[in-house]
Each structure stands twice: as structure tokens, then as C-alpha cells.
Design a protein around this ligand. Structure first.
Ligand SMILES: Nc1nc2c(ncn2[C@@H]2O[C@H](COP(=O)(O)OP(=O)(O)O)[C@@H](O)[C@H]2O)c(=O)[nH]1
Ligand SMILES: [Mg+2]
Length: 483
């Protein structure tokens, strides 16, 4: 049994013991307080020994640490030297983390230097000369995955954590890094494996099928323990995408209604140019911000109208295109100008999208005025604001946040699949549904096991029990070098 499981691990995590030792600068480019060079692999400690000299604090005597005397997880103070000349390159702290107690589970050496491009480059060159190769983007994390320290969802969580722009996105990523997603998927798979075992025993002992198999019970179990939770994952992934990538909110309307002014108000900057001249904004302008912890990408667009000016026409076409793939459209009109048929013609093509009708320039409305709103658009959420006087902008932000993320969306302890994971989960969901249907109609067990196995494989791909090399490449290429 022990031997069999070892074999399984080797098959699933093809570990090449001869694989190269990798190195990279792990801190961002530019000058900073410190810069870190990270080395991982079998030659890491050898490289450390070759380049590092300990400096005795009292006598100032410099000496390399004898082979085998490096204590793991301990910082040493000293110099990195050019091994050919013995000249000091930088004053450093160095630490060796012997595998498997390291990020990659291999021996890892970190050199903490005085940052600065020239110093870092000089030391990295010596490290490479000493037998390391330059790491590819995400290669340290890829090794952590291949060596079984983390599963694929944790690796993806690490990327999301690095890229998280808001507190909510950070929390979602942290849940993945802790392995919560993998735990849930593994629990669902265990349930499926139980059912698979029952079906298989029925195939092995066909005479006992009627006595042994509780088709309806199995179908119910599948529904409750597998199909339902997978369905919840799929439902949540849309909210997750918004929290990860940011909601695309497009500000659109006729020329001169105050779109650019509104953009500036929502961003809190003077990003877009505002003038009384219609047609000032000719191209779309994009900027990132966050509202109540939700990352939002606002796009200001050229005013929609018929125009013969070719440059303006391109702007108008772009505006229309970005409206099409918006998560939310802020349709802006003016409070003191009656809504006309032209407005309705313009808004018609995207009436099926999420829209907030923003009635701007409320400051030009006298208290006795009322806005005559077209009947068929009365159901749309609408708000009266003044971009100029900063009136109603907070309510607008609340409305935007509410419409971007569903209110029943629990961001306290969220497990939300990303697009890749969602694809695998959907495949697992469909196969599991086919099995549940088949169980109800007493389909022969051998046919059911095919679908069940396909569902298991799809879920295995989520956590990386089964994986394809091209998928791994795609996942890890999203990292920066040095992670
Ligand atoms: N009175 C008033 N004028 C505004 C308001 N918002 C924008 N404007 C003015 O309307 C004109 C056009 O504004 P702009 O933001 O460039 O509109 P856009 O063409 O839709 O981008 C400028 O003169 C702005 O100062 C508002 O809330 N109240
Ligand atoms: Mg404008």
C-alpha cells in the first residue's frame, strides 16, 4: 500500500531531481531599502557558500561558512564577494532554508542586499555564473506546486493576492491561499469517489445489483453533496470576477451633459477634460478606482450623436462598443432639459444592460420643476445629481456598488472560482447532473461510472491533481519573475 501511494505521488508530481537551480531578483525594479535575490534548487547552498563570507563582528575577519555548517532558517551577516578577486560586492544578510521547509520545498537561499539595479545585477550575475539559471515568471511558485506544497488553487490565490487592489479582492485571494477552495473541492470529490466505489462493486457483482444499489438514495446524495455546492460555486464566480478584475462602468450620454465632469467627481481627480464645447471628449478615457472595496474601471466616452466629423465618428463608435461590454452603464442626461425622443432612440440599443439613469445638473433645476420621465424607463434606477456642485454623488456610488455585486454575495468568507476553475467546475457539474439523471432512470452502472469519472477528472483539474502542461504554463505566466 505504501509503495503504491508513493508511486501515485511520483506519477502525479513528476519531480525531476536533476532539475536546475533557479535564481531571480525577487523585489521590484528601482531603488529601495533592500533588494532580495532568491535561489532555489539543489545547488542553492553551494552557490551561497561560494559567494558569501561571514564577517566576524569583533575582529572583522572574513571567512566562508564551512560546508555542512550552515544552520537552516538562520540569518547570517556578511559580504557577497567576487569569487575570482575576493572583492566585496555588497554587505548582506543571507539565509538558507533547507527543503522541504521552504517556499518551493527545495533548498532556498535568500540574499538581502542594499537595493539598487547595479548591485542586484552584479550579484545575480555571480549567482548565475555559479550554476543557477534565471527563473521564469512564477517558477518558484510552480515548483511549490509541482513539489506538492500547494495545490493549483493556492498558486492562483497567490497571484491574485499579489494583484489585489482592494480589501475585498485581497480577502478572496487569501481564502484561496489558505487552501479553502481545495478543501471544499476535495470533500466533494470524496463523496463522488464513494458513489463511484458503490457503482463499481455493482458492476463486479451484477447479480446483487437490485439488493445492493439504492439508486434514488445515491441520486439524492449526489444532488445534495455534489451538484448543489458546485452550482453555488458557479453562481458566485461572476461576483468574484468583478472583485478580481474590477467592474467596467461606462459613462455615456449625449454631448455636453456632463459625462467628463461626472467621471472626475467619481474618480476624485481632474482626469477628463471638461469644457462647455460639445465634442471635447473624442476618445474613451479609462481609470481605476474602488468603491466600497469593489474595484471599478470607469470609462468616460465621447457624446453619442450623429456627426459628420470623421474623428468624432470614431469616438462615437468606440463609445458604443465599450457600452456593449460594460458591466454597468451610467446613462447621463441633463435635469433642466426635457427628455426627447432622441434620448430614447440613443438609449434603446442597450436597454437590456444594467443601467443607472443619472440626471445631472440638478443645480440648474428650480425646486418647482419636475422631470418628466418616459414611462417605459420608469423602472430603471435613476438618480438626480450635480457633478458641478457635488450633489448626490455618494448615493450614486452606493447604487453603483450595489448593482455591481449582488447584495446576497457573502464576501466575509468567500470561496470564489476564477475563470479557469469555473470552467472545470462547470464540466464537473454537467457530468454529475448526467449521473444523477441516470441514477433516477436506472441506467446501467458501467455507463454511469464513465460520467462520474469525467466529473472527478474535471474537479481534479481545479486543484491540480490532474493537469495539463499548457494550463500550468498559462497559470504561472501571470506571475512576475522572482515569485
Ligand atoms: N450647472 C452644471 N453644469 C455642469 C454640471 N456638470 C457639467 N457641467 C458643465 O457642462 C459642460 C459640459 O461638461 P462635460 O463634463 O465636458 O460634459 P461631457 O461632454 O458630457 O463630457 C461644462 O461646461 C461643465 O462645466 C452640473 O452638474 N451642473
Ligand atoms: Mg466629455
Amino acid at each position: 500500500m505504501a509503495l503504491a501511494s508513493v508511486f501515485l505521488i511520483c506519477k502525479e508530481y513528476p519531480l525531476d531531481k536533476t532539475q536546475s537551480t533557479i535564481a531571480a531578483i525577487a523585489t521590484p525594479a528601482g531603488s529601495g531599502g533592500i533588494g532580495i535575490i532568491k535561489i532555489s534548487g539543489a545547488r542553492a547552498s553551494h552557490i551561497g557558500e561560494r559567494l558569501f563570507r561571514r564577517v566576524h563582528s569583533k575582529t572583522g575577519v572574513r571567512a566562508s561558512i564551512p560546508k555542512g555548517e550552515w544552520e537552516t532558517h538562520r540569518f547570517y551577516y556578511g559580504h557577497i564577494v567576487d569569487p575570482d578577486t575576493g572583492h566585496m560586492i555588497d554587505e548582506v544578510m543571507i539565509v538558507l532554508m533547507r527543503g522541504p521547509r521552504s517556499y518551493t520545498r527545495e533548498d532556498v537561499v535568500e540574499i538581502h542586499l542594499h537595493s539598487g539595479a547595479a548591485v542586484l545585477r552584479a550579484v545575480l550575475e555571480r549567482v548565475l555564473e555559479s550554476g543557477a539559471v534565471l527563473a521564469e515568471p512564477g517558477e518558484f511558485t510552480k515548483r511549490a506546486f509541482l513539489n506538492g506544497r500547494i495545490d493549483l488553487t493556492q498558486a492562483e490565490g497567490i497571484i491574485d493576492l499579489i494583484h489585489a487592489r482592494t480589501d475585498r479582492s485581497r480577502k478572496i485571494a487569501a481564502v484561496q491561499v489558505r487552501g479553502k477552495m481545495a478543501e471544499r473541492i476535495a470533500a466533494i470529490r470524496r463523496e463522488m469517489l464513494d458513489i463511484l466505489a458503490e457503482l463499481e462493486s455493482a458492476i463486479d457483482f451484477p447479480d446483487d445489483i437490485d439488493d445492493a444499489l439504492d439508486f434514488i438514495g445515491m441520486s439524492n446524495r449526489l444532488q445534495k453533496e455534489v451538484i448543489h455546492p458546485l452550482g453555488r460555486f458557479i453562481e458566485h464566480s461572476e461576483g468574484g470576477r468583478l472583485l478580481r478584475d474590477g467592474a467596467k462602468v461606462i459613462i455615456a450620454g449625449k454631448p455636453n451633459v456632463g459625462k467628463s465632469s461626472l467621471m472626475n467627481r467619481l474618480m476624485g481627480t481632474e482626469r477628463a477634460i471638461v469644457t462647455p464645447i460639445p465634442g471635447t471628449t473624442r476618445d474613451t478615457i479609462e481609470d481605476n478606482t474602488s468603491i466600497q472595496g469593489i474595484p471599478v474601471v470607469f470609462t468616460d466616452t465621447a457624446g453619442l450623436h450623429e456627426t459628420r466629423d470623421p474623428v468624432e465618428r470614431i469616438g462615437v463608435d468606440r463609445a458604443r462598443a465599450s457600452i456593449q461590454d460594460a458591466d454597468l452603464v451610467l446613462w447621463v442626461t441633463e435635469a433642466h432639459v426635457p427628455i426627447t425622443n432622441e434620448d430614447l432612440v440613443l438609449v434603446e440599443p442597450f436597454k437590456n444592460q444594467k443601467i443607472i439613469w443619472v440626471v445631472n445638473k440638478s443645480d440648474l433645476l428650480s425646486p418647482s420643476d419636475s422631470i418628466d420621465f418616459p414611462k417605459r424607463y420608469k423602472a430603471l434606477p435613476r438618480l438626480l445629481v450635480s457633478a458641478k456642485e457635488d450633489v448626490g454623488i455618494d448615493s450614486l456610488k452606493n447604487q453603483i456598488a450595489e448593482m455591481c455585486v449582488r447584495s446576497d454575495f457573502n464576501t466575509e468568507n468567500p470561496i470564489i472560482p476564477n475563470l479557469r476553475q469555473k470552467g472545470c467546475i462547470e464540466a464537473g457539474f454537467q457530468h454529475a447532473k448526467a449521473v444523477a439523471e441516470g441514477l433516477k432512470t436506472e441506467t446501467p452502472p458501467d455507463l454511469l461510472t464513465i460520467d462520474l469519472q469525467a466529473a472527478l477528472d474535471a474537479l481534479g483539474e481545479v486543484i491540480g491533481i490532474t493537469f495539463r502542461e499548457d494550463i500550468l504554463d498559462r497559470v504561472f505566466s501571470r506571475f512576475c519573475i522572482g515569485k
